[in-house]
Each structure stands twice: as structure tokens, then as C-alpha cells.
Design a protein around this ligand. Structure first.
Ligand SMILES: [Zn+2]
Length: 377
């Protein structure tokens, strides 16, 4: 159950109560695609990084090791040794972006695995069954993420099918949660708003899915090629049509700037691969902008990545040392950068929550954005 604690402008400060503990929002979910945070960061490490929610990918885990195997081992929480909330995506995004030779039908999607080429079928029921086997805290509805450049007729038909699929997801989830051997019988379901960059389709779809009284609502199909301005515009027109007393999740977004702008428009759940992916490439976030640790100028820099940062990397190691590790292709270099970046994102979310509670979100955001623009290197 979601509790709205405070609003500051459109910014929401809430808490989602789950069987795996409370999620304080706004929250950034840390992406562990195949049940691991890339960069050799364990769930034990996450405990030091202020992580509230781990996000895993249904498609990847279905293909390898297989959701039936995860179920036999007691579900994802037990498998990866993490007792806090987990969100699983529906597999839809990967099916539409990664898999080969897909064929979309009313019943679902036929495609070939990107690992071994075997033929797989996934529809709303299969996605719910896989997520139920994984036993995540929050399951996402199976939807089609239409291509960014699709025309309006295509998008309209696609969204109508996504609505029909959502009804099937809800029915199947209710059935699965009532079964004797289901690991998490309290699994929550979030619906996903689609409609590409068409205001009227987005709004109509938001109204339709709101009527279905789900546990939360996501905005999908953004950050797939449109401009930041288009994304903010879609949030401006869509979020007011989603229920304020339920979680609002902007999928796959984004940079610290995108998150700050999203919060200002009423979004309170985020996820993105940027902090982990950038960390693996030696790009680290600071309050003065992003640094590229491969840069020559850090060769003799004995300061931490960010002065005053309390993360496991900054507490002990210098920019010069981490730069050396990255150049020598030592795995520790990646690991330290990823840990710093996740800590940076999770700490920013903490500051965002404090600012909303204090009623000064707008000035916090302006200061933060100004600072990050300064020392970009
Ligand atoms: Zn740090």
C-alpha cells in the first residue's frame, strides 16, 4: 500500500509498504539485470550504498538460468541473498529491443533467444508466470514499447493491445497470487502508460489504466530516442491523469538532471543503467558534474572522487589510484566507480526526499542543477 506523506508543488514524498519492507520515495532502483549489479557489486555491497530496491530483468532471467530454476531455489530474494524489495520488469522491453525475429500477435510475441537462438513465446500470462516464479516484490505488466519513430496509427493500435494485455496480466496475477505454491502471494502489479510522443493517446491510455486500480503506474516508452524536452512535455501532460495516491514510475530514466526534472513533475520511482554503465567506463558523478577518470589530469590527484562522499570508494581511495586500476584493467577500478555512482544517486534521492519534506524542493533542485553544470569534464 502506498502512502502519500507530503507534496511540494507536484513533487511527491511517499512510502510504499511491501512484504519486503518499506520503500521511501522518491526512489532510484538499482539495476541488476541478470540478478547482479554489473561491475562485481554484491547484494552485501548494496547494504552500504543506501539501495532500497533492486531491479532485475525478467527476459534475461527467463533465458538464463530459467525462472523455474530460480523458483526451485526459493525465488530471487533467496537466490541473490537480498531481503529488501525487488522489482522485475515484464520482459517486454528486452523482447522488443534485443530478441531476433519477433512476431507480434494478439496472444503475445514469438521471438528467438539472444543467447542460444531457441524459439520462445511470451504473452501477458507467461510474463506474469515468470515474474511469479521469480517472486519479486513488484511485477510489471507486459506491454509493447512501440518504436520511437512509429506513426500515430501504429502507436494507437499498439496501445489498445497493451490495454487488453494489461487486463490479462491482472487476471493472471490474481490467479497466481492465490495458488498454494506461489512464493510471494502478495506480489504487486504496476501498469504501464504508453503512447510514444502523442499527447492524446498518452492521456486516454492513462485514464483507461487508472480505472483498473493497480498498485502503481509507470510511464514507459520514453528515453528511447526522443529529446529531453519531449520527455518533459509528455510528463507534463500525462502525470496529472495518473492517480496521485499511487506510485508513479518513469521507466529507464535517467541522468541526475532527468530525475530532478521528473520529481518536479510528480514522478517518484526511477531506474536506469547509467550509474552502473558509466561507472564501468570510469565516468563518475559528482555534485560538480561528471568526471572521466581516464583523464590524464587525475594521474597525480590524491583526492577522493568527491570530497566528503562517504561511499566505500571515497572513504579510502584516491582518483589517481582508481585511474591506475582502470588503465590496468583491474576489476577493482570498475567496482569502485560503480559503487560511488550508485551511492551518489541514492544519496541524491535522500536529499530529494528531505527537500520535499522541508518544502523547498524547487530551490534544492535549482542549486543541484547549477552545481552539476559547473565542473563538467
Ligand atoms: Zn564516493
Amino acid at each position: 500500500m502506498y502512502e502519500l506523506i507530503k507534496k511540494d508543488g507536484l513533487a511527491k514524498r511517499g512510502v510504499l509498504h511491501t512484504v519486503h519492507g518499506d520503500i521511501q520515495t522518491p526512489v532510484f532502483m538499482n539495476v541488476g539485470t541478470a540478478a547482479a549489479i554489473k561491475g562485481a557489486v554484491s547484494t552485501e555491497d548494496l547494504g552500504q550504498l543506501k539501495t532500497q530496491v533492486e531491479l532485475s530483468n525478467t527476459y534475461h532471467l527467463h533465458v538464463r538460468p530459467g525462472d523455474e530454476i530460480v523458483k526451485k531455489l526459493g525465488g530471487l530474494h533467496k537466490f541473490m541473498v537480498w531481503d529488501k524489495p525487488i522489482l522485475t520488469d515484464s520482459g517486454g522491453f528486452q523482447v522488443f529491443s534485443l530478441a531476433d525475429l519477433r512476431k507480434i500477435k494478439e496472444e503475445g510475441v514469438y521471438f528467438h533467444s539472444h543467447v542460444d537462438g531457441r524459439k520462445i513465446f511470451m504473452g501477458p500470462e507467461q510474463s506474469m508466470q515468470i515474474q511469479s516464479n521469480l517472486a519479486s516484490t513488484i511485477a510489471m505488466a507486459f506491454d509493447e514499447c512501440a518504436p520511437a519513430l512509429a506513426d500515430k496509427t501504429y502507436v494507437k493500435n499498439s496501445v489498445e493491445r497493451t490495454t487488453r494485455w494489461l487486463k490479462r496480466c491482472k487476471t493472471e496475477m490474481n490467479r497466481l497470487n492465490g495458488l498454494e505454491d506461489t512464493i510471494n502471494k502478495n506480489q504487486m502489479l504496476f501498469g504501464i502508460n504508453q503512447g510514444a510522443i502523442f499527447d492524446d493517446i498518452r492521456i486516454e491510455h492513462a485514464r483507461q489504466i487508472t480505472e483498473m486500480d493497480l498498485d502503481g503506474y509507470a510511464i514507459g516508452g520514453l528515453a528511447v530516442g526522443e529529446t529531453h524536452e519531449q520527455m518533459y512535455h509528455i510528463l507534463d501532460v500525462t502525470v496529472p491523469h495518473l492517480p496521485v495516491d499511487k506510485p508513479t514510475y518513469l521507466m529507464g530514466v535517467g541522468t541526475p538532471e532527468n530525475i530532478l526534472e521528473g520529481v518536479a513533475r510528480g514522478v517518484d520511482f526511477f531506474d536506469c543503467v547509467y550509474p552502473t554503465r558509466n561507472g564501468r567506463h570510469g565516468h563518475v558523478y559528482t555534485n560538480q558534474g561528471k568526471l572521466n577518470l581516464f583523464n590524464q589530469k587525475f594521474e597525480l590527484d590524491d583526492r577522493p572522487i568527491e570530497e566528503g562522499c562517504n561511499c566505500p570508494a571515497c572513504r579510502r581511495y584516491s582518483r589517481a589510484y582508481i585511474r591506475h586500476l582502470l588503465k590496468a584493467k583491474e576489476m577493482l577500478g570498475m567496482r569502485l566507480c560503480v559503487m560511488h555512482n550508485l551511492y551518489f544517486y541514492n544519496t541524491m534521492m535522500e536529499e530529494i526526499r528531505d527537500a520535499i519534506e522541508a518544502g523547498n524542493y524547487r530551490s534544492y533542485m535549482d542549486d543541484k542543477l547549477y552545481g552539476m553544470k559547473q565542473g563538467q569534464s
